[in-house]
Design a protein. Structure first.
Length: 351
């Protein structure tokens, strides 16, 4: 088992745990303007990430094609801003567990879609592990009341979750985890800010109270800056299918932290679901077989960036763009949908 894939697995797990734990912070922002809050959060993350990207950042961005900029805009619109709006819309007529269950199916979709996009075949171990992870996520979250609109918006949230992973695949190589995280946060801040002005006008932003300030800083600094960089670094190391398996840890982490905010409990069903998620991740990542994780195949290399252009490795910070993984890796994750049984979840999700 090689060091890089193991480190990638740890990074993916860490990023998803951060996203799940962010539901506790998210539950403290229910009274704060949503779109304005997201614009503020992504804007702060962008300002924190940009200085970490290296001296050649401007040159790298100038070399991006219109197609790549379009993909970045679509990634931010669907996987971040759109994802969160879909979750909120779903929770108007559905219990939060419903979109949570749909999003829990993302590993299955990614395990199938990413290989097909590269004209390959889904790996049996990854697909089987993804199915077990989805069942485990369902067990942790349960199922709730809903109607047609709730199901439709939950499906849209699933599409956003898949888009957050799949759309990033060709971008990790030329940009690297840090610069990709910075740019997509900047784009998302602009998109969320535009929506805030259209729908909320002057009420889009207000001075947060101390509790809201702490929650916003947690989401901006920990979940977005740290979580996004770890997620994209993991994606490049172990590929989309395997990295997305770890998103099953999001409902587990949310269920574990929900009692801290008094918005949920952790019982036998959550414990059983957590074990299923762990087994599915181990199966799909190859941890149950000798050396399987070490034999992760990487996709074709992306366009090379100059050695000093970006910090391509979000962990070690050495220059140059690495090769794109066979698929995307995850949101921190803004956080993902609230994981609640019945009506007692941890709050609306927001990557």
């Amino acid at each position: 088992m090689t060091t890089s894939p193991v480190r990638g697995a740890l990074l993916a797990a860490f990023a998803c745990v951060l996203v799940g734990a962010s539901f506790t912070a998210n539950s403290l922002l229910t009274a704060y303007p949503y779109t304005g809050g997201q614009a503020l959060r992504y804007g702060v993350a962008f300002l924190l990430l940009l200085p970490l990207c290296g001296s050649g950042t401007t040159a790298v961005l100038r070399r991006l094609t219109a197609r790549q900029w379009g993909r970045l805009a679509l990634l931010a619109a669907t996987g971040m801003v759109g994802f969160n709006l879909a979750v909120l819309a779903a929770e108007r007529t559905a219990e939060p567990a419903v979109p949570g269950v749909f999003v829990g199916c993302a590993p299955v979709v990614v395990a199938v879609v990413v290989p097909l996009l590269s004209r390959g075949r889904p790996e049996r171990a990854v697909a089987a592990g993804a199915l077990v992870v989805a069942v485990g996520a369902f067990t942790v979250q349960g199922w709730g009341r809903t109607d047609g609109a709730g199901l439709g918006w939950s499906a849209a949230a699933l599409a956003g979750e898949v888009g957050f992973a799949v759309l990033a695949v060709p971008l990790v190589g030329p940009l690297g985890p840090r610069l990709l995280s910075a740019v997509v946060c900047g784009v998302a801040a602009v998109e969320a800010g535009a929506l805030a002005l259209v729908f909320d006008g002057r009420a889009a932003l207000r001075m947060p109270d101390p509790v809201e300030t702490a929650a916003l800083l947690w989401q901006a600094v920990v979940v977005t800056v740290v979580g996004f960089v770890c997620w994209y670094a993991a994606m490049r190391r172990i590929g989309a299918g395997r990295a997305t398996l770890f998103s099953g840890l999001i409902p587990v982490s949310a269920a574990l932290t929900a009692p801290l905010a008094g918005t949920g409990g952790y019982g036998a069903a959550q414990a059983a679901g957590s074990l299923l998620v762990g087994f599915g991740v181990a199966l799909g990542a190859g941890l149950l077989g000798a050396g399987l994780l070490g034999s992760v195949r990487r996709g074709p290399p992306g366009p090379e960036a100059p050695p000093r252009a970006v910090c391509a490795d979000g962990v070690h910070g050495h220059g140059g763009a690495g090769r794109a993984g066979s698929g995307p890796g995850a949101d921190g994750r803004d956080s993902r949908p609230a994981v609640r049984r019945g009506g007692s979840g941890a709050g609306s999700g927001a990557r």
